[in-house]
Design a binder for this molecule. Structure first.
Ligand SMILES: Cc1cc2nc3c(=O)[nH]c(=O)nc-3n(C[C@H](O)[C@H](O)[C@H](O)COP(=O)(O)OP(=O)(O)OC[C@H]3O[C@@H](n4cnc5c(N)ncnc54)[C@H](O)[C@@H]3O)c2cc1C
Length: 341
């Protein structure tokens, strides 16, 4: 395990916020993981596991040890005529894994094309897009218990997946280092999910009547590139807040006041309301405050135009949250992981 000191984290997060890690290391092998978990710095100080840094906001410098997950490897674990079970190490880039599956005609994650970050972080918040969540294909999550060093396998059920949620953000928060996941994918008779967003419309525009999983992936990539700000051009961490779920009664009251309020069904009889719409109604869309702001096309995305301060982005997020409470009596919760100074 190679240890670096006072490392600028800007290249390691998509927000590109200026923050330094007091100590920094990369985990490239099981030996690195072992050394990390037994290191004096891990045992005596605070630490943080970093994937691609696409769901993180550092509000200032980090006084502990940051360990960047870089374990690599994809392999077939099991195969039948219809299905394949793949193991992917936690440090594999998620989109590269999707591209690998598309190239091998393995179906199931094509709608999750172009989501930034690592494979190991994907189960953390049960990544989802365009009607598919990773929980739909995941068979297990392999993780090391950070205290005992023991390897543990979590079944899909054990992971307690929910909307942008899993056991790793709840009961088991900070207890495990995920080192790999297994996915069960289709080899033929793929089940395509075309009903969400503009996928069908985009395929029509491409004159594709009988799409393959590659076509669906291409359509998703096309839609995402036209809708979402590219972190390589403007710093951001995707959706800053989760879409809130409210009771049917609360929704009816809001609907009387705001007839155009959009909604879609959520779990347990609740109604989900797009957080971006709520934020837009509060007048935040496109607002810029020096070098940070709210994206002009996506009110749910907070941006760093360059040189932005993480603490100021967090202050802005809290102002947005308060204004949504004042106007709609709905509390927004961050989807992004906030690392307080
Ligand atoms: C432009 C953009 C678009 C996005 N679109 C979507 C989308 O459509 N759907 C969606 O769900 N998300 C989306 N996201 C959010 C983000 O891409 C995902 O949450 C992604 O899974 C984060 O992966 P990461 O490797 O960057 O994790 P990081 O940001 O590095 O870490 C996220 C959390 O996971 C923990 N963690 C990371 N790796 C491990 C590990 N191996 N073991 C234990 N803990 C770990 C970290 O400590 C942290 O708490 C988007 C982000 C951006 C910037």
């Amino acid at each position: 395990m190679i240890l670096q000191e006072n490392v600028d984290l800007r290249p390691y997060t998509t927000f590109g916020i200026k923050a330094a890690a007091r100590y920094f290391t990369t985990l490239r092998s099981n030996e690195d993981v072992h050394s990390f978990l037994n290191s004096r710095l891990f045992l005596n100080g605070k630490h943080l596991i970093l994937g691609g840094g696409s769901n993180m906001l550092f509000t200032g410098d980090y006084a502990g040890l940051v360990a960047r997950m870089e374990l690599k490897g994809i392999r077939v674990v099991d195969e039948t005529q219809d299905h394949v079970t793949l193991y992917a190490a936690a440090g594999e880039n998620w989109h590269d894994l999707v591209m690998y599956c598309v190239a091998h005609n393995y179906g199931g994650i094509e709608n999750l094309s172009l989501i930034p970050g690592t494979t190991g972080a994907a189960p953390m918040q049960n990544i989802g897009a365009y009607g598919v969540e990773i929980k739909d294909v995941i068979t297990s999550v392999e993780a090391v218990d950070k205290k005992s060093g023991e390897q543990r396998t979590f079944s899909n059920k054990d992971c307690a997946f929910g909307y942008r949620e899993s056991i790793f953000k709840q009961e088991a928060k900070d207890q495990y280092l995920i080192n790999g996941i297994t996915l069960r994918l289709t080899k033929r008779n793929h089940v395509l999910h075309l009903q969400y967003g503009a996928i069908q419309e985009t395929l029509n525009g491409m004159s594709i009547a009988d799409p393959t999983i590659r076509d669906v992936s291409n359509a998703v990539i096309h839609i995402r590139q036209s809708k979402l700000p590219d972190p390589a051009k403007v710093g951001n961490a995707g959706s800053f807040f989760k879409n809130p779920s409210i009771t049917v009664d609360a929704f009816q009251l809001l609907k009387e006041k705001y007839p155009s309020i959009p909604s879609y069904p959520s779990t347990e009889g609740l109604i989900k309301v797009p957080a971006g719409w709520l934020i837009e109604q509060c007048g935040w869309k496109g607002k810029r405050f020096e070098n940070i702001g709210v994206h002009p096309n996506q009110a749910l995305v907070l941006v760093n135009y360059g040189g932005g301060d993480g603490g100021k982005i967090w202050d802005l997020a809290m102002q947005i949250r308060d204004s949504v409470i004042d106007k709609f009596n709905i509390t927004l919760h961050p989807e992004v992981n906030i690392v307080m100074q």
